[in-house]
Design a binder for this molecule. Structure first.
Ligand code: KG4
Length: 347
């Protein structure tokens, strides 16, 4: 295994991501993306959220075709791979087991090392994926990364590829959860975030005043906002049963505006206190058009250098796993065969 590792000039990494409801495989050669295949699982839409058992079954069906497609699109043979990087956690245990088991089997068969990847760190390191040889647009250390997804809302101080500190995080719901749950009570389909984003474009963000949390440090809370949104609907529906239908765009715009204000208030505070001007955003919610606009405004007003990922790298994807694997590979940071997935942990 070691001879193979050390003699290679090129570093070619296969990344595997299966932490939630997306089965993804990607190939990266010397940090340049060759392929990134994602199989989404539509089955969960009918349930209004991810059903863990159904997710792991779908991963089992998807994993081989997805990996096959990633290798084919990359134009490489499996023998060209230097290592296999897989998401070890956090995530749904049954889902993670599928990717982890596949990585173990494949690395044994090919006699190449395995690299275990923390899903949250991978979202941050997605900023280093090169779309082509000359792509050099990535943050400089140290930088702050706002990581906002369906399961996490964190402000991370990134000192190096392998040195990250969570300086703030949600004490209850994540920002994506706030989007999704509020969308659900309005009767919008799952996941609600993108739907709220679309409808918000037509609405007035100041139409409804929603609660903003008062919590210390750089931490977040979204459960109060969710409750205040729920109470607003409950009270207004008593007066007018068509309230949601008649005010959908304004409700979405006000909700989105408040979530973004909460996120940016703390990020601005952290950037100011830590004297950092390089600021990135990552995770599913970073696809939000209002949040992207808020980043642009902050760049202008506070002279931040901002990094917003391409849409393909906002939601779960294996390219970010392969990127993290690339850095770990260069560090000879490999993982043993008895590595088991973990469901919960912070960066
Ligand atoms: O990172 P991600 O793909 O998955 C995990 O959380 O594991 O993030 C999914 C979250 C969902 O809550 C979804 O509603 C939200 O990202 N999301 C958005 C948008 N696109 C995805 N939220 C707001 N606006 C969007 N455009």
């Amino acid at each position: 295994m070691n001879d193979k590792m050390n003699n290679r000039m090129d570093v070619t990494i296969l990344g595997i991501e299966s932490s939630c409801d997306d089965t993804s495989a990607a190939v990266l050669k010397n940090g340049v993306l060759l392929s990134n295949i994602i199989a989404n699982q539509k089955i969960h839409e009918a349930y209004g959220g991810v059903v863990p058992e159904l997710a792991s079954r779908a991963h089992q069906q998807n994993i081989i075709p997805v990996i096959h497609a990633a290798l084919k699109q990359a134009g490489i043979n499996k023998e060209d791979l230097s290592a296999i990087a897989f998401t070890r956690g956090p995530g749904l245990l049954g889902s993670l087991l599928v990717g982890t088991s596949f990585a173990k089997g494949f690395s044994t068969a090919l006699n190449i090392p395995m690299v275990e990847i923390n899903h949250l760190q991978a979202h941050v390191l997605a900023h280093f994926i090169k779309q082509n040889e000359s792509d050099a647009n990535h943050p400089s250390f140290p930088f702050l990364c706002l990581l906002v997804s369906g399961g996490n809302s964190q402000i991370i101080l990134v000192r190096a590829y392998n040195d990250m500190e969570v300086v703030g995080q949600t004490i209850d719901d994540a920002a994506g959860e706030a989007f999704d749950k509020c969308a659900k009570v309005m009767g919008l389909p799952y996941p609600g975030g993108p739907v709220v984003d679309r409808l918000a474009k037509e609405g007035n963000p100041k139409a409804f005043k929603l609660n903003k949390p008062q919590i210390p440090d750089y931490n977040y809370s979204f459960s109060g906002l969710k409750t205040s949104f729920l109470y607003l609907l409950r009270d207004e529906l008593k007066k007018n049963p068509h309230f949601i239908e008649e005010n959908k765009a304004d409700l979405c715009a006000s909700l989105q505006y408040t979530i973004i204000e909460i996120l940016m208030d703390k990020l601005r505070k952290a950037a100011k206190d830590l004297k950092i001007k390089e600021v990135a955003v990552a995770g599913g919610v970073s696809a939000n058009s209002g949040l992207r606009a808020a980043f642009e405004e902050h760049a202008q007003k506070y002279h931040w250098k901002i990094y917003i990922p391409p849409f393909a790298f906002t939601t779960d994807n294996a390219a970010m796993v392969a990127m993290s694997g690339h850095f770990k590979y260069l560090n000879n940071d490999f993982c043993p065969m008895d590595a088991v997935p973990f469901s919960k942990v912070v960066v």
